[in-house]
Write a protein that binds this ligand. Sequence first.
Ligand code: HEM
Length: 143
Amino acid sequence: MLKHAHSGLRWVVLGLLIYAVFNAISKKGKGTFSAQDAKVNSLTTMFCHIQLLLGFALYFTSPKVVFSEAWMKNASQRFYGMEHLLLMLLAIVLITIGSAKAKRASSDEKKFKTTYLFFTLGLVLILAGIPWPFREALGGGWF
Ligand code: HEM
């Protein structure tokens, strides 16, 4: 159940992140940073944090996280034991910092620019860190 929740929640996280990035790009330089824009940023960050918690629960229970003698030489064990964790952790740290910095930025333009920069970086790292089904050695699904 945990695995399916974590797998399905990726689409919520991706959808919110893409929406937040396009929202920031489209209003950068012209719009006012409204309560609605702040809500989009907080909601995106909140779902990333839920995904992080589910990820940690999986990290200590998943049969894919194995620290055998040669785990660094096994593509799947290295991915789930280290690569997935580091990429996602870095992405979520960037998104959290971006959301907090945007809130405190001195102008509307800076708020959108900060959101756009930090959330785009986070999005790229998350896209790179997902065990997509076409990365066959990793055994991930679409949902
Ligand atoms: C935004 C962040 C994250 C996204 C989008 C994400 C996405 C995914 C996806 C799509 C899978 C494949 C599930 C399947 O088999 O269908 C997965 C598996 C996994 N993730 Fe994440 N993840 C994130 C963060 C994390 C973090 C931070 C950790 C560890 C602390 C983690 C630990 C795991 C583990 C251990 C598995 C393997 C579960 C299993 O198949 O037994 N994830 N993740």
